[in-house]
Structure formats: structure tokens, C-alpha cells
Design a protein around this ligand. Structure first.
Ligand code: ADP
Ligand code: MG
Length: 707
């Protein structure tokens, strides 16, 4: 254990390399490490020994229970705890077998399955994913050993988010290996990496408790804008309030114990909004870790009298929260999205780049669907987050590079054309070296949903509450397809297999050049370097034929397209039935959330806001009556005016509540959403007409400033 690990307790609660070495015999430890590193299935002959070691390790750390920890379709995490304790012949023993470790059988009939599993065949099983290490979750005085698992139906169909993610990683691995072989590189490990930047809001718990909308839906359904919002931009990267800093410190301590490298913390754009970014890790692990990050943010906040809001849009009128997914692919430990320093490395980078451009253009609809959700609908395109149109930002230099590739690598011919037109030189793959790409400058455009940031792509459309596995599964699959397509074209060119390892022939480069050129001609329409917030962009995007699905329901239609089902089936990521089940689950979740919000808005309006307005109305009416009775005229015009305003508001409120109620009865999501907007507009205006002390909900100005 190194000094930094000792100091921070980094990984102290993870059954990782250290613990494996300490608790397992050398031979078994080696086998297990091999499984973990190569992502191979566990050798069943060592399962018993591994379980035994894990139990002792966990019990030494105070654990009494174990659970298979998984990512069901609810988007949260699930656990069913079993105690180590068993009674055998009247004697208590602490038992945990190899079978306990490898498979579990939660009777999980209440998890959404989208029709895959009916309750009469309710059994599902969880299977250990050794590539994500077991860890200990602490709570009060207790502790539980958590074993990350995949969750499937007995038919083998995935009921969770991890299984398809692992399948998509395999698909990408196969494609990338195929391509690298054509580049005459020796076989090596293909890795996907993810760094998930997590945005969140903090509010005082006492105020949160008084807001049924925050309690039930995670966002405010009412609330007039605070006089001060984010206009001054004085919160962004500002001094972190002490109370929040204490909270962040405790979060980091917990994350470090779990081996999660929380790296940066800062204030975000909106008041009371913050961000936590971990160092990137292997994708599957990073997804699990992000779930634990969200967990830690929520639980630690409680201890500080705070509530952590992970909703995409907790407050109207100020920025919402996203989760930037920084993603990359490596081969033999080398990042393939690093442009490199010589023509050979550049060639691989440019091939991957073109594959990604093709993938995103071909399947923008799927990427959009992967970030659909009731919460994100309020964020995407709301002039702070990327629009719902998926495009790629490359930065000026790289855009110039692809323009030069497209201009053609036909060597002399291109040279002659250049002489005539004085256009910048064509870039010849395998010959010319890329200009150095500044990392910082590439990151300035915050308006793009999918941006190249120096040596990785940053998918910025995912909402703050999303499980990264969904969007990452789609990204891996679509890139696997385009990498495959390019590999196939290269194979057909008949120029491969003629070079020594690590070298490539001229013919190969010429073939590659022409393939990439064609790819760019077809797919460069998805590249957009401009301001994604400009309304002009939406018109331009429509002209380019890029899909735009502003709402989740529209976005999710992508999951019902035949060609998309075929894609996922081809790469073994989702069967047609699994994909259909997901479409159903996401739609149900969307409608379910909208219904809860609608009912909550109706209840708050009728039980809290309406009575407060009536009271103010009554007080005003009484004052007016008394003044009139005693024959005073000063003040009566103001009172009459107020009374009319309150009365008009009251009438509007009443009829809007009635409309929302009817929409709920008819179960029409669109109408419920529209009803909520109308109701909110009236209620927020009335907030300024009722005495502050009598307003029944904590206001934006109370909640948004934490000092
Ligand atoms: P930003 O300007 O967006 O803050 P950073 O360089 O700080 O950019 O990186 C943001 C995130 O991207 C971090 O989580 C970082 O670990 C992650 N990241 C960096 N390199 C990679 C990579 N090769 N693959 C995946 N994520 C990466
Ligand atoms: Mg970022």
C-alpha cells in the first residue's frame, strides 16, 4: 500500500488487489486477478475459496450481511441482503459459499421487465461480475458486503443495465481488434474508459421537507424566479461555502474508501449547484462507481442537514444538471483517441475519429433515445444544455483536418488542384503528420452534445440522474458497427496483411484514405462547430437532415425501428424482445413520472396555494369593505386593484386545477404537462400578490443560496 492510499484510506473497503493478496493463497490470487484483468469468467474450482476469503475480509471490516448489488431497469441500484449467519445443528455459523458468490436468485418480480417476465415466472438471477470488485457499504453501525452482479431472467434475457453494457463492450472489442489487426498491430486488450462528471444541487433539508414537489418528484413544480439567480455568474467556480465544503470532504472520504478517485469539485453555474468529477476508469467499473457516487452524495447530504438533488431540472429559470460522459477506447493501454505524434498513430486516430463521426451520424436517433427521460426533457435545449439535435463538435483544427482528408489523398492530383485553387493542402494519411491539437481550445464549446476534447469524446446530453450504462451501451454498439464497416472495406481493398507488424504499406494508406474520404463525404453533416444554442442551428440542422426529437416520447421511437433492432441483434447487445421491453419500460417510466408530477402539482395547488390566495383575498376584501364602511377613500383604489388581481388569479387557478385533474383522469401525458405549465404560470404570478409570511412553500430565494 502506498503513502497516498494510507493517507486517504483509498480502496480500504474494496476487495481489490491488496485484499486479494492478503486473503487468498498465491495461486488462487493469481487466477482471480487474471479473471478480473481479462474479464474472463471465474474458474468455478476457485469460487469456494474466493468466497471464503471475501467473507473473512468483509467480516474483519464489520460486515454481517452480503448482497448481490445490481442495476435494475428502474435506473437505481438494487440489493437484497442476506446475513452470513446460518444456524446448523442448532449452532450459529457464518456461511458464504462459492455459489452464494456466483449466483443469486432474488425473487424480483416487482422490477420492471417490460413484459419479459410475468410474475408467474418471476425468478431472475444475478451473476457475479468479477470485473467490478466487491465492496463494503457502511450504514450506521452496520456494514454489508456488496457483490456487483448482472441481473437476468431465467431465459438469459437481460433485466438490467449492466448486462447489455458488458455485451456492448465485447462488441466494440471485437470490432476494434479486427481493425487493429488490419493495421498490422499485435493482439492486445481493448479497453473502454469513462469519466463521468456529476452535477447536482444541494438544498437545506428543512426547506426541502416543506416542498412536497421536491419530496415526491425531485423538482420544484412551482416557484417564482428569485430576484437574484445566476445573472451575475458569481457562483461558478466561486469560493465553495464552508458547509458545502464539509459535505464534499465527507463525500470524498467515503468515495476514496470505495476506491473511487473523486478528483475535482467546484461550484457550477446555478446557485446551489455543484460538480464532482472522478478520474476516468475502465467503463464498466466507472458506471458502477457513478451509481455509488450518486448514492454517496445523497446519503452524506443527509448527515449535513442537506438534500442532494440529482434531478435534471430542479429549479426553473436556472441551469439544470447534466452528467458529461467522457468516453474513449484504448488498445493495449494506448488511447486510440489520442491523435498521436507520427503519421502511423495519426492514421489510427483518424480512422477511429471517422468511425465515430459515422456512428453518431447514422445513429443520432439512438443516442438521443439513450438520454430520454422526463427530467432531461426540461434540460435539453433549454439554452444551457445541448439541444436535442445530436451533432459533433471537433474544434477548428480538427475540422480543418477532416476537410483536408475529404479534399482527397489522391496525391499529385490533389496537389495540382491545390495549385489551382490555393486551398489548404490535402492531408495524406500515413504520410503527413497532424498539427498538434491544443487540448484546452477544443473544450470551449459547451453547447455541443458530443464534443471532442483533446483525447476523448464528451457526451454531454445525458442527464444528471441517468445511469451511464444506457448511453454508453448505445455508443459502444454504434461505434462497433462503423469500425466494423471500415474494417470490412479495408479488407475488401486487398491491401492489408502485407506489412510487417506495426508498419503499413503505401497501398494500405491509399485505400484507407479513400475509405475515410467517402465516410466523411456522407457523414460530415453531423459535424457542427457553431453555437448549439442559436435558434438558427435548429433550422440548419433540419436542412442537413439531422433528426430532432425534442421530447422523450418522440426520442424513444428510435427503439421501435426495425433497423435499430437489427443493429443491436447483430452485435448481440439486445435481442428484439429485450429492446422492445426497454422501449416499453422507458415509456412507462416517462408516463408514470409525468402522472406523479401532475397529481402533485394539482394537490399543491388545491391544498396549499389556493387556500393561501383565498386568505389573502378575504383579508383584502375585508379591508376594502371596512374602509368603504367608514367612508375612507384613500387606499381603496389599491385594495380594489389587489382584489381584482387576486380574484382573477383565483379563478384562473381554479379552472387550471380542474383542467389538470381532467387531464390526469384521461391519462394524457402531453395534456398533463401543458396543464402543469399553465397552472405554474398562474401560481408563480400569485406568489408576488400574497404576503411572504403566508406563502405556503419555501421560495426560490430561500432555497438557492447556501452560505
Ligand atoms: P473538463 O475540461 O471537461 O473538466 P478534464 O480533462 O478535467 O476536462 O476531464 C474531464 C473528465 O474526463 C475527467 O473525469 C477525466 O478523468 C476524464 N478523462 C480524461 N481522459 C479520459 C479518457 N481517455 N477516457 C475517458 N475519460 C477521460
Ligand atoms: Mg467536461
Amino acid at each position: 500500500m502506498n503513502e497516498a492510499m494510507k493517507m486517504t484510506g483509498f480502496g480500504a473497503d474494496v476487495f481489490g488487489a491488496e485484499a486479494i493478496k492478503e486473503y487468498l493463497p498465491k495461486e488462487t490470487a493469481k487466477k482471480l486477478q487474471g479473471t478480473i484483468e481479462k474479464g474472463e469468467p471465474l474458474d468455478p474450482s476457485i469460487a469456494g475459496e474466493v468466497a471464503h476469503a471475501m467473507k473473512h475480509w468483509a467480516m474483519d471490516r464489520g460486515a454481517t450481511h452480503f448482497t448481490h448489488w445490481f442495476l435494475p431497469m428502474t435506473g437505481a441500484t438494487a440489493e437484497k441482503h442476506d446475513s452470513f449467519l446460518e444456524v446448523k445443528n442448532g449452532e450459529p455459523i457464518m456461511a458464504f459459499s462459492g455459489k452464494n458468490l456466483i449466483v443469486g436468485e432474488p425473487d424480483a418480480s416487482s422490477f420492471p421487465s417490460g413484459g419479459i417476465r410475468s410474475t408467474f415466472e418471476a425468478r431472475g438471477y444475478t451473476a457475479w461480475d468479477p470485473t467490478s470488485p466487491a465492496f463494503i457499504k457502511r450504514h450506521g453501525n452496520g456494514a454489508t458486503l456488496c457483490i456487483p452482479t448482472a441481473f437476468c431472467a431465467y431465459t438469459g434475457e437481460a433485466l438490467d443495465k449492466k448486462t447489455p453494457l458488458l455485451r456492448s463492450m465485447q462488441a466494440l472489442e471485437r470490432s476494434v481488434k479486427r481493425l487493429m489487426k488490419l493495421f498490422a498491430l499485435p493482439d492486445a486488450h481493448v479497453g473502454c474508459t469513462l469519466g463521468a462528471e456529476q452535477e447536482y444541487f444541494l438544498v437545506d433539508k428543512k426547506l426541502w421537507e416543506k416542498r412536497p414537489d421536491l419530496v415526491l418528484t425531485g423538482r420544484t413544480l412551482f416557484g417564482a424566479a428569485s430576484a437574484k439567480g445566476q445573472q451575475l455568474e458569481d457562483h461558478y467556480f466561486g469560493t465553495i461555502p464552508t458547509r458545502v465544503l464539509d459535505f464534499m470532504h465527507d463525500v470524498e472520504e467515503e468515495l476514496w474508501r470505495l476506491g473511487i478517485p473523486a478528483k475535482t469539485r467546484h461550484n457550477e453555474v446555478a446557485p446551489a449547484q455543484f460538480e464532482l468529477a472522478p478520474q476516468f476508469e475502465e467503463l464498466n467499473l466507472a458506471c458502477d462507481h457513478n451509481m455509488l457516487v450518486m448514492d454517496a452524495l445523497r446519503t452524506v447530504a443527509e448527515k449535513h442537514g442537506l438534500k442532494c438533488l440529482l434531478h435534471e431540472k430542479p429549479f426553473a429559470g436556472v441551469n439544470g444538471s447534466g452528467k458529461h460522459n467522457n468516453w474513449s477506447v484504448s488498445y493495449g493501454g494506448k488511447n486510440l483517441l489520442d491523435p498521436g505524434t507520427n503519421p502511423q498513430e495519426n492514421a489510427i486516430f483518424l480512422t477511429m475519429l471517422c468511425a465515430i463521426i459515422e456512428a453518431v451520424d447514422r445513429h443520432a436517433d439512438l443516442l438521443r433515445a439513450s438520454v430520454a427521460g422526463a427530467g432531461n426533457d426540461h434540460r435539453l435545449g433549454a439554452n444551457e444544455a445541448p439541444p436535442a439535435v445530436i451533432s459533433i463538435y471537433l474544434g477548428d483544427q480538427l475540422e480543418d483536418v477532416i476537410a483536408r482528408i475529404e479534399r482527397g489523398g489522391a496525391g499529385k492530383a490533389a496537389g495540382r488542384a491545390r495549385a489551382r485553387t490555393a486551398a489548404p493542402a490535402a492531408l495524406r494519411i500515413g504520410v503527413d503528420t497532424l498539427p498538434p491539437l491544443p487540448k484546452d481550445a477544443t473544450d470551449r464549446n459547451r453547447t455541443s452534445p458530443f464534443a471532442f476534447t483533446g483525447n476523448k469524446f464528451e457526451f454531454r446530453a445525458p442527464g444528471s440522474s441517468v445511469c451511464c450504462a444506457g448511453p454508453m451501451t448505445v455508443l459502444n454498439t454504434i461505434v462497433a458497427e462503423s469500425v466494423d464497416r471500415i474494417a470490412e472495406a479495408l479488407e475488401k481493398s486487398g491491401t492489408t496483411g502485407k506489412a510487417k507488424p506495426g508498419e503499413h504499406t503505401e497501398a494500405f494508406h491509399a485505400a484507407l484514405q479513400s475509405i475515410l474520404q467517402d465516410t466523411l463525404t456522407v457523414h460530415k453533416r453531423v459535424v457542427f462547430n457553431g453555437n448549439g444554442y442559436e435558434p438558427d442551428w435548429l433550422r440548419e440542422a433540419a436542412r442537413r437532415g439531422l433528426p430532432n426529437a425534442p421530447t422523450s416520447v418522440q426520442a424513444l421511437e428510435a427503439l421501435s425501428k426495425k433497423e435499430n433492432a437489427a443493429l443491436f441483434a447483430k452485435y448481440g447487445v439486445f435481442s428484439a424482445r429485450e429492446l422492445a421491453s426497454r422501449h416499453e419500460i422507458f415509456l412507462e417510466e416517462f408516463v408514470g413520472k409525468v402522472r406523479i408530477e401532475g397529481a402533485c402539482a394539482r394537490d399543491i395547488a388545491s391544498e396549499m396555494i389556493l387556500p393561501a390566495v383565498k386568505e389573502e383575498y378575504l383579508k383584502t376584501a375585508e379591508a376594502l369593505e371596512r374602509a368603504t364602511n367608514v367612508g375612507v377613500t384613500s387606499g381603496t383604489p389599491a385594495l380594489s386593484e389587489d382584489l381584482v388581481e387576486l380574484g382573477t388569479g383565483l379563478d384562473a387557478l381554479k379552472s387550471e386545477i380542474r383542467e389538470l385533474d381532467a387531464a390526469l383522469d384521461d391519462n394524457e401525458a402531453e395534456r398533463i404537462l401543458a396543464g402543469m405549465i399553465a397552472l405554474r404560470k398562474t401560481a408563480d404570478a400569485l406568489e408576488h400578490h400574497v404576503a411572504d409570511a403566508k406563502w405556503p412553500l419555501p421560495k426560490y430565494r430561500d432555497m438557492l443560496f447556501l452560505y
